[in-house]
Design a protein around this ligand. Structure first.
Ligand code: NAI
Length: 336
């Protein structure tokens, strides 16, 4: 029996989180889910968007599965995601992006991995209002964090038999900060002579991604570019309803989809649970529950082959509930 912290989150979070809990449970892996609130929901109920109870639960269980949380724009509390990742030392954000059978997009054969530094850059949250007409923010880049993420990206490439790492930067303008990021990655590269390496400026990367996405393999990016580029990559393969993610550190792991709380569709039973379900596949592989992970992957392939049963973001007429039922039924069928 595993203990795992389940964070439903805000907006569509609870809909997709409980759907995924049900689908993971249907594989037969025994999990005691410890449900903990975060974000707007926690703020409303106890005045703290990141309760200590939640942190302690993940520290005890080592693994969390998290729905998205709302971060108020331009006011209110600071990002819970940033605080959680910092508090738990989740320095690597891993986002595999792959073309899926049955999902038609202008691109084929996309199979890349975004490795995003998760703890610093402009997300350090050091900004201030100078006066009504001026504000400033500080971008923090350290050699330690940059080398750590570089080492993660190259090790991941080596372990998975991937061929190339692309470091993404804007060091032509940000000569010291992005310059330090690049210098740190180059240092790490020396330990991985068999992996091909290239450096590309972030604007050029965006252009090339929408022209020839198949040329990318593993990409390593500072926090802000990683955040933006991973949404772009999600768009290449069918959108935010499909792309999984993992926040990894040396001690803890929190799995979550790339998408946010999608307030425009919250409570309408329209949210696509497949992105968080794919994050749960990453989680099951991390737990070495390979059979359960494979069952879910087969069930996802099955539902993708029935486009009308998918949720509206993928052009189907399905609902969060119907997709969940279809997946559970399929898993049940193949395990008999
Ligand atoms: P979003 O990802 O919530 O939504 C962007 C668009 O994609 C919307 O049209 C939404 O309906 C659609 N979408 C997203 N996930 C979907 C799903 N599973 N199924 C179907 N359609 C889906 O991005 P947005 O609107 O920029 O952010 C909303 C809130 O979420 C903000 O407060 C933001 O800070 C937060 N956020 C939280 C994240 C997290 O907790 N990891 C990540 C990204 C954003």
């Amino acid at each position: 029996m595993y203990d795992i912290t389940l964070i439903p989150g805000d907006g569509i979070g609870p809909e997709v989180a409980y759907a995924v809990k049900e689908m993971v449970d249907s594989t037969g892996v025994k999990i005691n889910w410890e449900v903990k609130e975060a974000g707007e929901t926690a703020y409303q109920s106890c005045g703290n968007p990141l309760p200590d109870e939640l942190i302690q639960s993940i520290k005890k269980n080592k693994i969390g599965l998290k729905g998205p949380v709302t971060t108020p724009i331009g006011k209110g509390f600071r990002s819970i995601n940033v605080a959680l990742r910092k508090e738990l030392g989740l320095y690597a954000n891993l986002r595999p992006v792959k073309s899926l059978p049955g999902i038609r997009t202008p691109f084929e054969n996309v199979d890349l991995v975004v490795v995003r530094e998760n703890t610093e850059d402009l997300y350090a949250g050091i900004e201030r209002k100078i006066d009504d007409n001026r504000a400033e923010a500080i971008k923090i880049i350290t050699r330690e964090a940059s080398q750590q993420i570089g080492f993660f990206a190259f090790s991941y490439a080596k372990e998975r038999g991937r061929k190339k790492v692309t470091a993404v930067h804007k060091a032509n303008i940000l000569k010291y900060s992005d310059g330090l990021f690049l210098d740190s990655i180059r240092e790490v590269k020396k330990q991985f002579p068999d992996i091909e390496y290239e450096e590309l400026i972030v604007d050029n990367v965006c252009m090339q991604l929408v022209q020839r996405p198949e040329k990318f393999d593993v990409m390593v990016l500072p926090n802000l570019y990683g955040d933006i580029v991973s949404d772009l990559c999600a768009g290449l393969v069918g959108g935010l309803g499909l792309v999984p993610g993992a926040n990894l550190g040396n001690e803890y792991a929190v799995f979550e989809a790339v998408h946010g709380s999608a307030l425009d569709i919250a409570g309408k039973n329209m949210a696509n649970p497949l992105a968080l379900l794919q994050s749960a596949v990453l989680m099951l592989n991390y737990m070495k529950e390979f059979k359960a992970a494979q069952s879910i992957e087969k069930a996802i392939a099955y539902i993708l082959a029935h486009p009308d049963r998918l949720t509206p973001d993928l052009g189907g007429q399905g609902t969060t509930t119907s997709v969940t039922k279809d997946i559970c039924d399929y898993i049940q069928k193949i395990s008999c």
